[in-house]
Design a protein around this ligand. Structure first.
Ligand SMILES: *Cc1c(COP(=O)(O)O)cnc(C)c1O
Length: 423
Protein backbone atom coordinates (compact mmCIF):
# COMPACT_ATOMS: atom_id res chain seq x y z
CA UNK A 1 0.00 0.00 0.00
CA UNK A 2 1.35 3.43 -0.80
CA UNK A 3 0.17 6.98 -1.18
CA UNK A 4 0.93 7.65 -4.85
CA UNK A 5 -2.38 7.77 -6.67
CA UNK A 6 -4.07 9.39 -9.60
CA UNK A 7 -6.34 12.22 -8.48
CA UNK A 8 -8.22 14.18 -11.16
CA UNK A 9 -6.02 12.54 -13.78
CA UNK A 10 -2.76 13.59 -12.04
CA UNK A 11 -0.36 11.39 -10.12
CA UNK A 12 -0.07 12.74 -6.59
CA UNK A 13 1.93 11.97 -3.48
CA UNK A 14 -0.57 12.12 -0.62
CA UNK A 15 -2.30 15.46 -1.33
CA UNK A 16 0.44 17.05 -3.43
CA UNK A 17 0.42 16.69 -7.23
CA UNK A 18 3.86 15.53 -8.43
CA UNK A 19 3.64 18.20 -11.11
CA UNK A 20 3.59 20.91 -8.42
CA UNK A 21 6.83 19.56 -6.97
CA UNK A 22 8.45 19.09 -10.38
CA UNK A 23 7.67 22.69 -11.31
CA UNK A 24 8.90 24.14 -8.02
CA UNK A 25 12.01 21.99 -7.49
CA UNK A 26 12.85 20.91 -11.01
CA UNK A 27 13.56 17.40 -12.26
CA UNK A 28 14.85 14.81 -11.66
CA UNK A 29 13.57 14.76 -8.09
CA UNK A 30 12.89 12.04 -5.55
CA UNK A 31 9.57 12.40 -3.73
CA UNK A 32 8.85 10.50 -0.51
CA UNK A 33 5.54 9.98 1.27
CA UNK A 34 5.62 10.33 5.06
CA UNK A 35 2.33 8.43 5.31
CA UNK A 36 3.75 5.43 3.41
CA UNK A 37 6.95 5.38 5.48
CA UNK A 38 4.89 5.52 8.67
CA UNK A 39 2.48 2.90 7.50
CA UNK A 40 5.17 0.43 6.45
CA UNK A 41 6.96 0.84 9.75
CA UNK A 42 3.87 0.40 11.89
CA UNK A 43 2.55 -2.55 9.87
CA UNK A 44 5.86 -4.38 10.35
CA UNK A 45 6.09 -3.43 14.03
CA UNK A 46 2.54 -4.57 14.72
CA UNK A 47 3.07 -7.82 12.82
CA UNK A 48 6.19 -8.61 14.85
CA UNK A 49 4.44 -7.73 18.10
CA UNK A 50 1.47 -9.83 17.07
CA UNK A 51 3.69 -12.86 16.47
CA UNK A 52 4.80 -12.89 20.09
CA UNK A 53 8.25 -11.43 19.44
CA UNK A 54 8.00 -8.96 22.32
CA UNK A 55 9.01 -5.37 21.63
CA UNK A 56 11.68 -5.85 18.95
CA UNK A 57 14.23 -3.25 17.94
CA UNK A 58 13.42 -2.27 14.36
CA UNK A 59 16.62 -0.69 13.10
CA UNK A 60 15.94 0.82 9.68
CA UNK A 61 18.78 0.04 7.26
CA UNK A 62 20.11 3.54 6.63
CA UNK A 63 21.84 2.54 3.41
CA UNK A 64 18.42 2.03 1.78
CA UNK A 65 17.48 5.68 2.26
CA UNK A 66 19.85 7.83 4.22
CA UNK A 67 18.05 11.16 4.01
CA UNK A 68 17.96 12.59 7.54
CA UNK A 69 14.33 13.72 7.19
CA UNK A 70 13.33 10.17 6.24
CA UNK A 71 15.31 8.77 9.18
CA UNK A 72 13.69 11.34 11.47
CA UNK A 73 10.21 10.38 10.26
CA UNK A 74 10.91 6.78 11.27
CA UNK A 75 12.80 7.64 14.48
CA UNK A 76 9.76 9.54 15.75
CA UNK A 77 7.84 6.26 15.60
CA UNK A 78 10.52 4.50 17.62
CA UNK A 79 12.67 3.09 14.82
CA UNK A 80 16.37 2.54 15.33
CA UNK A 81 19.06 2.54 12.67
CA UNK A 82 21.19 -0.18 11.12
CA UNK A 83 24.34 1.59 9.94
CA UNK A 84 27.39 0.50 7.97
CA UNK A 85 29.75 3.48 8.26
CA UNK A 86 30.61 6.44 10.45
CA UNK A 87 28.77 8.63 7.98
CA UNK A 88 25.60 6.64 8.58
CA UNK A 89 26.08 6.80 12.37
CA UNK A 90 26.34 10.56 12.02
CA UNK A 91 23.16 10.63 9.92
CA UNK A 92 21.28 8.51 12.46
CA UNK A 93 22.40 10.74 15.32
CA UNK A 94 21.48 13.85 13.28
CA UNK A 95 18.00 12.33 12.93
CA UNK A 96 17.87 11.95 16.73
CA UNK A 97 17.91 8.15 16.66
CA UNK A 98 18.92 7.25 20.24
CA UNK A 99 22.33 5.51 20.28
CA UNK A 100 20.79 2.58 22.13
CA UNK A 101 18.82 1.88 18.96
CA UNK A 102 21.80 2.00 16.59
CA UNK A 103 23.30 -1.24 15.29
CA UNK A 104 26.65 -1.03 13.47
CA UNK A 105 27.08 -3.65 10.70
CA UNK A 106 29.52 -4.01 7.79
CA UNK A 107 32.51 -6.14 6.82
CA UNK A 108 35.22 -3.50 6.92
CA UNK A 109 34.82 -1.11 9.84
CA UNK A 110 37.96 0.94 10.47
CA UNK A 111 39.48 1.55 13.91
CA UNK A 112 38.43 5.19 13.59
CA UNK A 113 34.83 4.24 12.84
CA UNK A 114 34.76 1.74 15.70
CA UNK A 115 36.08 4.36 18.12
CA UNK A 116 33.45 6.79 16.90
CA UNK A 117 30.72 4.17 17.40
CA UNK A 118 31.94 3.29 20.89
CA UNK A 119 32.15 6.93 21.92
CA UNK A 120 28.63 7.44 20.59
CA UNK A 121 27.56 4.42 22.71
CA UNK A 122 25.79 2.54 19.93
CA UNK A 123 23.71 -0.44 21.06
CA UNK A 124 25.63 -3.16 19.29
CA UNK A 125 28.47 -3.74 16.88
CA UNK A 126 27.85 -6.66 14.55
CA UNK A 127 31.24 -8.30 14.09
CA UNK A 128 31.79 -10.03 10.78
CA UNK A 129 35.13 -11.85 11.16
CA UNK A 130 37.82 -12.93 13.62
CA UNK A 131 40.26 -10.14 12.67
CA UNK A 132 37.46 -7.64 13.20
CA UNK A 133 36.68 -9.17 16.60
CA UNK A 134 40.29 -8.56 17.64
CA UNK A 135 40.17 -5.00 16.31
CA UNK A 136 36.97 -4.17 18.20
CA UNK A 137 38.47 -5.62 21.38
CA UNK A 138 41.63 -3.57 20.93
CA UNK A 139 39.80 -0.30 20.16
CA UNK A 140 37.43 -0.77 23.11
CA UNK A 141 40.27 -1.50 25.50
CA UNK A 142 42.12 1.56 24.20
CA UNK A 143 39.09 3.64 25.14
CA UNK A 144 38.78 1.91 28.50
CA UNK A 145 35.38 0.51 27.63
CA UNK A 146 33.70 -2.70 26.55
CA UNK A 147 32.02 -3.07 23.18
CA UNK A 148 28.63 -4.78 23.08
CA UNK A 149 29.00 -7.06 20.12
CA UNK A 150 26.96 -9.56 18.15
CA UNK A 151 28.58 -12.11 15.87
CA UNK A 152 27.26 -11.95 12.32
CA UNK A 153 26.63 -15.47 11.15
CA UNK A 154 26.61 -16.53 7.53
CA UNK A 155 24.08 -19.37 7.67
CA UNK A 156 24.97 -20.61 4.17
CA UNK A 157 21.58 -20.40 2.50
CA UNK A 158 20.85 -18.94 -0.91
CA UNK A 159 18.39 -16.03 -0.98
CA UNK A 160 17.92 -12.64 -2.55
CA UNK A 161 16.54 -11.23 -5.74
CA UNK A 162 19.85 -10.93 -7.62
CA UNK A 163 23.39 -12.34 -7.26
CA UNK A 164 24.64 -8.86 -6.33
CA UNK A 165 22.34 -8.71 -3.28
CA UNK A 166 22.68 -12.28 -1.97
CA UNK A 167 24.74 -12.22 1.21
CA UNK A 168 23.98 -15.45 3.04
CA UNK A 169 25.96 -18.07 1.10
CA UNK A 170 29.28 -19.35 2.42
CA UNK A 171 31.08 -17.85 -0.61
CA UNK A 172 29.82 -14.32 0.17
CA UNK A 173 32.05 -11.94 2.11
CA UNK A 174 29.60 -11.48 4.99
CA UNK A 175 29.80 -13.05 8.45
CA UNK A 176 31.30 -16.25 9.77
CA UNK A 177 30.11 -19.87 9.66
CA UNK A 178 27.96 -21.30 12.46
CA UNK A 179 30.88 -23.30 13.84
CA UNK A 180 33.16 -20.29 13.71
CA UNK A 181 30.52 -18.12 15.41
CA UNK A 182 30.29 -20.60 18.26
CA UNK A 183 34.05 -20.44 18.81
CA UNK A 184 34.26 -16.63 18.45
CA UNK A 185 31.36 -16.05 20.83
CA UNK A 186 33.07 -18.11 23.53
CA UNK A 187 36.37 -16.27 22.89
CA UNK A 188 34.65 -12.91 23.03
CA UNK A 189 33.24 -13.64 26.47
CA UNK A 190 36.82 -13.84 27.75
CA UNK A 191 38.03 -10.65 26.03
CA UNK A 192 38.58 -7.60 28.23
CA UNK A 193 37.13 -5.20 25.67
CA UNK A 194 34.06 -7.17 24.59
CA UNK A 195 30.63 -8.02 25.90
CA UNK A 196 28.98 -10.46 23.52
CA UNK A 197 25.25 -9.81 23.59
CA UNK A 198 23.96 -11.81 20.68
CA UNK A 199 23.99 -13.12 17.16
CA UNK A 200 23.07 -11.47 13.88
CA UNK A 201 22.36 -12.58 10.33
CA UNK A 202 21.21 -10.93 7.12
CA UNK A 203 21.00 -13.32 4.20
CA UNK A 204 20.17 -11.06 1.29
CA UNK A 205 17.87 -8.44 -0.09
CA UNK A 206 14.66 -8.47 -2.14
CA UNK A 207 13.82 -11.95 -0.78
CA UNK A 208 10.45 -13.10 -2.06
CA UNK A 209 10.35 -16.56 -0.52
CA UNK A 210 10.22 -17.24 3.22
CA UNK A 211 11.77 -20.73 2.98
CA UNK A 212 15.45 -19.66 2.90
CA UNK A 213 14.81 -17.23 5.75
CA UNK A 214 13.13 -19.94 7.76
CA UNK A 215 16.09 -22.26 7.15
CA UNK A 216 18.54 -19.56 8.22
CA UNK A 217 16.55 -18.55 11.30
CA UNK A 218 16.24 -22.18 12.48
CA UNK A 219 20.02 -22.46 12.29
CA UNK A 220 20.33 -19.23 14.29
CA UNK A 221 18.02 -20.57 16.98
CA UNK A 222 20.05 -23.78 17.19
CA UNK A 223 23.20 -21.73 17.69
CA UNK A 224 21.62 -19.64 20.46
CA UNK A 225 20.68 -22.86 22.23
CA UNK A 226 24.16 -24.37 21.85
CA UNK A 227 25.78 -21.24 23.25
CA UNK A 228 23.38 -21.19 26.18
CA UNK A 229 24.10 -24.88 26.84
CA UNK A 230 27.71 -23.82 27.34
CA UNK A 231 26.56 -21.37 30.01
CA UNK A 232 26.98 -18.29 27.79
CA UNK A 233 24.51 -15.42 27.88
CA UNK A 234 22.76 -14.58 24.61
CA UNK A 235 20.37 -11.66 25.00
CA UNK A 236 19.66 -10.70 21.46
CA UNK A 237 19.01 -12.21 18.06
CA UNK A 238 19.25 -9.81 15.13
CA UNK A 239 17.52 -11.31 12.11
CA UNK A 240 18.53 -8.64 9.60
CA UNK A 241 16.39 -7.25 6.80
CA UNK A 242 15.85 -8.54 3.31
CA UNK A 243 12.10 -8.83 2.93
CA UNK A 244 11.23 -8.07 -0.68
CA UNK A 245 8.71 -5.67 -2.15
CA UNK A 246 6.62 -5.97 -5.31
CA UNK A 247 8.38 -4.35 -8.29
CA UNK A 248 5.35 -5.25 -10.46
CA UNK A 249 7.13 -7.77 -12.72
CA UNK A 250 7.82 -10.22 -9.91
CA UNK A 251 5.77 -12.64 -7.84
CA UNK A 252 4.23 -10.82 -4.88
CA UNK A 253 6.55 -11.29 -1.91
CA UNK A 254 5.20 -12.48 1.41
CA UNK A 255 3.88 -9.64 3.55
CA UNK A 256 5.02 -8.60 7.02
CA UNK A 257 2.31 -10.69 8.71
CA UNK A 258 3.45 -13.95 7.07
CA UNK A 259 7.09 -13.04 7.73
CA UNK A 260 6.39 -12.35 11.41
CA UNK A 261 4.27 -15.48 11.79
CA UNK A 262 7.08 -17.62 10.35
CA UNK A 263 9.55 -16.10 12.82
CA UNK A 264 7.10 -16.57 15.68
CA UNK A 265 6.90 -20.28 14.78
CA UNK A 266 10.65 -20.76 14.44
CA UNK A 267 11.42 -18.90 17.67
CA UNK A 268 8.50 -20.24 19.72
CA UNK A 269 9.50 -20.53 23.38
CA UNK A 270 12.97 -19.00 22.90
CA UNK A 271 13.31 -16.28 25.50
CA UNK A 272 15.35 -13.59 23.72
CA UNK A 273 15.17 -9.98 22.52
CA UNK A 274 14.79 -9.55 18.77
CA UNK A 275 16.22 -6.98 16.42
CA UNK A 276 15.43 -6.44 12.73
CA UNK A 277 17.14 -4.38 10.05
CA UNK A 278 14.54 -3.73 7.35
CA UNK A 279 15.38 -1.29 4.59
CA UNK A 280 13.62 -1.88 1.30
CA UNK A 281 10.32 -3.09 2.74
CA UNK A 282 9.92 0.23 4.59
CA UNK A 283 11.25 2.70 2.05
CA UNK A 284 10.97 1.32 -1.50
CA UNK A 285 7.30 1.98 -2.13
CA UNK A 286 7.46 5.22 -0.12
CA UNK A 287 9.37 7.00 -2.87
CA UNK A 288 9.30 7.79 -6.59
CA UNK A 289 11.77 9.44 -8.92
CA UNK A 290 10.08 12.08 -11.05
CA UNK A 291 11.75 12.87 -14.37
CA UNK A 292 10.87 14.85 -17.46
CA UNK A 293 10.77 13.47 -20.97
CA UNK A 294 13.20 15.57 -22.98
CA UNK A 295 12.23 14.10 -26.28
CA UNK A 296 11.06 11.02 -28.07
CA UNK A 297 13.61 9.84 -30.57
CA UNK A 298 11.81 7.58 -33.06
CA UNK A 299 14.32 5.75 -35.24
CA UNK A 300 13.26 5.06 -38.82
CA UNK A 301 13.71 1.29 -38.25
CA UNK A 302 11.15 1.42 -35.45
CA UNK A 303 12.89 1.73 -32.08
CA UNK A 304 11.54 4.54 -29.98
CA UNK A 305 13.80 6.11 -27.34
CA UNK A 306 12.25 8.04 -24.52
CA UNK A 307 15.08 10.35 -23.48
CA UNK A 308 14.69 11.52 -19.88
CA UNK A 309 16.44 14.15 -17.82
CA UNK A 310 17.08 11.43 -15.18
CA UNK A 311 19.99 9.08 -15.67
CA UNK A 312 21.81 6.14 -14.13
CA UNK A 313 23.62 8.50 -11.76
CA UNK A 314 20.22 9.38 -10.25
CA UNK A 315 18.78 5.84 -10.20
CA UNK A 316 21.44 3.16 -10.52
CA UNK A 317 19.36 0.04 -9.84
CA UNK A 318 18.43 -0.81 -13.45
CA UNK A 319 22.09 -0.50 -14.60
CA UNK A 320 23.52 -2.27 -11.57
CA UNK A 321 20.97 -5.01 -10.86
CA UNK A 322 18.89 -5.13 -14.06
CA UNK A 323 16.16 -3.91 -11.72
CA UNK A 324 12.63 -3.32 -12.93
CA UNK A 325 10.81 -0.13 -11.97
CA UNK A 326 7.24 0.51 -12.95
CA UNK A 327 7.06 3.77 -14.93
CA UNK A 328 3.93 5.89 -14.85
CA UNK A 329 3.08 9.09 -16.65
CA UNK A 330 2.31 11.85 -14.15
CA UNK A 331 -0.63 12.87 -16.34
CA UNK A 332 -1.54 9.92 -18.56
CA UNK A 333 -2.58 10.87 -22.09
CA UNK A 334 -5.31 8.93 -23.78
CA UNK A 335 -4.23 6.52 -26.51
CA UNK A 336 -2.82 3.08 -27.19
CA UNK A 337 0.34 2.05 -25.30
CA UNK A 338 3.59 2.34 -27.22
CA UNK A 339 6.88 0.40 -26.78
CA UNK A 340 9.69 2.66 -25.57
CA UNK A 341 13.35 2.21 -24.70
CA UNK A 342 13.63 4.50 -21.70
CA UNK A 343 17.08 6.06 -21.46
CA UNK A 344 18.99 8.82 -19.72
CA UNK A 345 21.49 11.30 -21.14
CA UNK A 346 24.64 9.76 -19.62
CA UNK A 347 27.30 8.55 -22.06
CA UNK A 348 26.96 4.85 -21.26
CA UNK A 349 24.88 2.21 -22.99
CA UNK A 350 24.11 1.03 -19.44
CA UNK A 351 22.18 4.26 -18.98
CA UNK A 352 19.05 2.46 -20.12
CA UNK A 353 16.26 2.10 -17.60
CA UNK A 354 14.31 -0.42 -19.62
CA UNK A 355 13.76 -1.59 -23.19
CA UNK A 356 10.56 -2.26 -25.09
CA UNK A 357 8.40 -1.06 -22.23
CA UNK A 358 4.75 -0.56 -23.15
CA UNK A 359 3.70 2.85 -21.84
CA UNK A 360 0.85 5.22 -22.58
CA UNK A 361 1.89 7.66 -25.32
CA UNK A 362 4.35 10.32 -24.14
CA UNK A 363 5.68 13.53 -25.61
CA UNK A 364 8.61 15.83 -24.92
CA UNK A 365 7.94 17.86 -21.77
CA UNK A 366 5.77 15.19 -20.10
CA UNK A 367 6.59 14.05 -16.58
CA UNK A 368 6.99 10.41 -15.62
CA UNK A 369 7.53 8.70 -12.27
CA UNK A 370 9.71 5.69 -11.56
CA UNK A 371 7.77 3.85 -8.88
CA UNK A 372 9.26 1.92 -5.93
CA UNK A 373 12.33 4.15 -5.95
CA UNK A 374 12.42 5.08 -2.26
CA UNK A 375 15.05 2.47 -1.38
CA UNK A 376 18.51 2.28 -2.95
CA UNK A 377 17.54 5.23 -5.15
CA UNK A 378 18.85 8.61 -3.97
CA UNK A 379 21.13 6.78 -1.54
CA UNK A 380 23.08 5.39 -4.51
CA UNK A 381 23.03 8.55 -6.60
CA UNK A 382 26.22 10.18 -7.78
CA UNK A 383 27.43 13.09 -9.87
CA UNK A 384 28.70 10.95 -12.73
CA UNK A 385 28.92 13.04 -15.92
CA UNK A 386 29.06 16.07 -13.57
CA UNK A 387 25.32 15.98 -13.16
CA UNK A 388 24.41 17.75 -9.89
CA UNK A 389 23.31 15.43 -7.09
CA UNK A 390 19.57 14.82 -7.38
CA UNK A 391 17.08 16.69 -5.15
CA UNK A 392 14.84 15.00 -2.57
CA UNK A 393 11.42 16.10 -1.32
CA UNK A 394 9.39 14.80 1.61
CA UNK A 395 5.60 15.09 1.48
CA UNK A 396 3.30 15.11 4.46
CA UNK A 397 -0.40 15.51 3.68
CA UNK A 398 -0.78 18.69 1.68
CA UNK A 399 2.71 19.94 2.62
CA UNK A 400 6.06 19.23 1.11
CA UNK A 401 9.63 20.17 1.97
CA UNK A 402 12.84 20.03 -0.03
CA UNK A 403 14.90 17.80 2.25
CA UNK A 404 17.95 17.80 -0.02
CA UNK A 405 18.19 20.68 -2.45
CA UNK A 406 19.68 19.92 -5.82
CA UNK A 407 23.45 20.46 -5.68
CA UNK A 408 24.51 23.64 -7.46
CA UNK A 409 27.27 23.76 -10.07
CA UNK A 410 29.08 26.28 -7.89
CA UNK A 411 29.06 23.93 -4.87
CA UNK A 412 30.10 21.00 -7.06
CA UNK A 413 33.15 22.88 -8.34
CA UNK A 414 33.94 24.51 -4.99
CA UNK A 415 34.72 21.09 -3.51
CA UNK A 416 37.79 20.76 -5.70
CA UNK A 417 41.21 22.39 -5.21
CA UNK A 418 43.82 23.35 -7.78
CA UNK A 419 47.14 21.49 -7.55
CA UNK A 420 49.82 24.08 -6.68
CA UNK A 421 51.84 23.30 -9.80
CA UNK A 422 48.85 23.97 -12.03
CA UNK A 423 48.23 27.49 -10.74
C1 LIG B 1 21.38 -3.94 3.34
C2 LIG B 1 21.26 -4.50 4.70
C3 LIG B 1 20.00 -4.54 5.32
C4 LIG B 1 18.72 -4.09 4.65
O1 LIG B 1 18.35 -4.92 3.63
P1 LIG B 1 16.91 -4.73 2.93
O2 LIG B 1 16.89 -5.74 1.88
O3 LIG B 1 16.87 -3.35 2.39
O4 LIG B 1 15.88 -4.95 3.98
C5 LIG B 1 19.94 -5.02 6.62
N1 LIG B 1 21.05 -5.44 7.26
C6 LIG B 1 22.27 -5.42 6.69
C7 LIG B 1 23.45 -5.90 7.44
C8 LIG B 1 22.41 -4.95 5.39
O5 LIG B 1 23.62 -4.95 4.82
Amino acid sequence: MNHFELKDGELTCEDVPLKTIAEAVGTPVYVYSSATLERHYTVLRDALRGAGLGEPLIAFAVKANSNVAVLRTLARLGAGADVVSEGEIRRALAAAVPPERIVFSGVGKTAGELAFALNAKVAEINVESEPELRLVDQVAQGLGTRARIAIRVNPDVAAGGHAKIATGKAENKFGVSLAEAERLYANASNAAGLTPVGLACHIGSQITDLAPMEAAFSKMRGLVERLRDQGLTVERLDLGGGLGVPYFNQPAPPGPVDYAAMIGRVMDGLDIGFAFEPGRVIAANAGVLVARVMHVNARPEGRRFLVLDAAMNDLLRPAMYEAYHDIRPVRPRPGEPVAYDVVGPVCETGDTFTRDRMLPPLEGGDLIAFMTAGAYGAAMSSEYNSRPLVAEVLVKGADYAVVRPRETYEAMLARERPAPWLQ
